[in-house]
Design a protein around this ligand. Structure first.
Ligand SMILES: Cc1cc2nc3c(=O)[nH]c(=O)nc-3n(C[C@H](O)[C@H](O)[C@H](O)COP(=O)(O)OP(=O)(O)OC[C@H]3O[C@@H](n4cnc5c(N)ncnc54)[C@H](O)[C@@H]3O)c2cc1C
Length: 499
């Protein structure tokens, strides 16, 4: 299909969010001209590196019920858990004869395992998950780890507890993205194989996008779904400080061919661990194929690839905590993607101050799982249907970073994450030293970062990990400038709103 240079809606980014939103708009408003713009090789895309576990309760942490914004995010994840079966059926209907591969890519069921080598944080997160399962009456069952097929940890890392979640499983992310692209094509969405270099504005309204080759595509609505590079694109057209900046949660993951017997039939995973995500094994459609994920190396600037040290620790821990025999598997694909991580780790979803420019990003660890609900909500918003879901109000891109703790609490939390990560990495200390030595060192580094930022924000531990080693010239000065601008901008907006 020839692409025109004028569209009703331009979606920037061809990951799971951009494609899901485009498909949902095209289903509901077939007369609109919609384009999805993104390079076919998808550099840095999180979506094609993802597990993609469809986990809601499996992702619960001790922070989930500590702040209303975290509760709102959890509510969206619960809606997604209910909606995935119908969403997948609809996608299969969209692609007709090609649906067999998509259906085969679905895995039912997840075991969440608390390894004997877990730190305190993983334990607290596991207990928070169990409390949430009971509170929300979600089907689950405690199981004896010995009965779980495919689980073979090292003797020191045998799980002390395991819970089976029958409604939580996984899909093959790469198969879903391929299916979404096919569905978009069948619904008449224009797929533009290019990168966007900049956004165009006409006074207070978005006007379209400029592509890397210098050509332009005009559109009255632009949906920014470019993953972790989204805020860099928005910066040139939005007032300084309007929107929290994005960091990059680099993840390494692998597709492997197994040589040892007894591949797990369901997802095996740990709870969320210190500063990271859960270790997980996901069976894929091929009888011997297995996905191994993932680590999380957070960077302020886009990274060229996953870190060697992080990768080494991650692969060692996968074998120790979940399955020693993975060591003999053969790697068929090394995957690297960057999770879109706003400074406060909460999503950026909604319209900006530039009329017609909508954000659909910042989903960090569970954007694949939440994609059907986000696609529905963004579609409602751009089609001017009454927005029915107040949970998204928290995630407007026009906000100061959401603060869930004080600076002192953030420093203490970071230190406890560092201690946990150090033990999980293999730290052992002589009897006359305790972990307070590590904690004090981490607290000093966390305090220095907060002082460099004039204590204008309390940073979540996940992002502090990226910032604690940086100098002002390596990005902290830019962040301080953003924070001053953000406080001035949002103070002024609040005053204007009350006049
Ligand atoms: C290793 C790993 C494992 C994960 N596991 C899970 C999981 O199990 N479950 C889960 O729910 N989530 C998981 N996630 C998180 C999930 O992948 C993300 O939340 C989600 O995929 C984000 O989707 P997106 O479409 O917003 O961004 P992306 O997938 O990053 O897509 C953005 C797209 O925009 C394109 N783009 C970038 N810049 C431009 C530009 N200038 N112009 C045009 N296009 C551009 C990129 O190439 C990319 O294709 C994981 C992430 C990683 C990295």
């Amino acid at each position: 299909m020839a692409v025109r240079n004028s569209m009703d809606i331009a979606v920037v980014g061809n990951g799971v969010l951009g494609l899901s939103i485009a498909v949902e708009i095209a289903r509901r408003a077939p007369k609109l001209e919609v384009a999805v713009i993104g390079p076919p090789e998808r550099p840095l895309a999180a979506s094609v590196a993802a597990g993609a576990m469809l986990n809601c309760f499996g992702e619960v942490t001790k922070y989930t019920h500590q702040h209303p914004a975290a509760e709102a995010k959890f509510t969206i994840a619960r809606q997604a858990l209910d909606e995935w079966p119908a969403w997948l059926d609809r996608l299969c209907d969209d692609i007709g004869d090609d649906a067999a591969a998509l259906r085969a890519s679905r895995t039912e069921g997840t075991f969440v395992l608390l390894s004997g080598r877990s730190g305190h944080l993983a334990q607290e997160n596991f207990h928070a998950m169990r409390a949430a399962l009971i509170k929300y009456d979600e089907p689950h069952e405690p199981v004896d780890p010995q009965d779980i097929e495919g689980l073979d940890p090292s003797p020191t890392a045998r799980p002390s507890h395991a819970v089976h979640l029958p409604r939580e499983g996984a899909v093959d992310a790469r198969a879903v993205v391929t299916a979404l692209e096919a569905a978009a094509g069948r619904h008449g969405v224009h797929l533009v194989p290019a990168a966007v270099r900049g956004l165009l504005a006409d006074a207070d309204t978005v006007a379209g996008v400029r592509l890397a080759d210098g050509s332009t595509l005009s559109a009255g609505t632009v949906i920014l779904a470019a993953g972790s590079t989204s805020s860099a694109l928005a910066d040139s057209v939005l007032p300084p400080g309007e929107t929290p900046p994005m960091l990059h949660g680099n993840g390494l993951s692998l597709v492997t061919r197994r040589t040892a017997p007894h591949r797990a039939r369901e997802v095996l995973r740990t709870p969320i661990r210190a500063g990271s995500c859960g270790l997980h094994l996901v069976p894929l459609a091929g009888a011997d194929e297995q996905y191994i994920g993932a680590n999380n190396m957070v960077t302020l600037r886009p990274a060229h690839g996953p870190g060697v040290g992080d990768g080494h620790a991650f692969l060692r821990q996968i074998c120790e905590h979940l399955d020693q025999r993975i060591a003999s598997s053969q790697v068929t694909q090394w995957l690297h993607g960057a999770r879109p991580m706003p400074l406060d780790c909460f999503p950026l979803i909604g319209e900006s101050s530039l009329r017609g420019l909508h954000f659909a990003t910042g989903t960090y660890r569970d954007g694949f799982h939440c994609s059907p609900v986000i696609a529905r909500h963004v579609t409602d918003t751009v089609l001017d249907r009454p927005a029915t879901d107040p949970n998204f109000d928290w995630f407007t891109p026009k906000r100061l970073p959401i603060q869930t703790m004080t600076v002192e609490e953030a420093i203490a939390e970071f230190a406890s994450h560092e201690v946990d990560a150090a033990y999980e990495y293999g730290l052992t200390l002589p009897f006359w030293l305790d972990s307070e030595t590590v904690a004090q060192h981490s607290k000093q580094r966390a305090r220095r970062v907060h002082e460099e930022l004039d204590e204008l924000v309390a940073l979540p531990p996940d992002n502090l990990m990226a910032l604690q080693g940086l100098t002002p010239a390596e990005g902290l000065a830019d962040l301080r400038r953003y924070l001053h601008a953000a406080h001035a901008y949002h103070q002024k907006s609040a005053q204007t709103a009350t006049v």
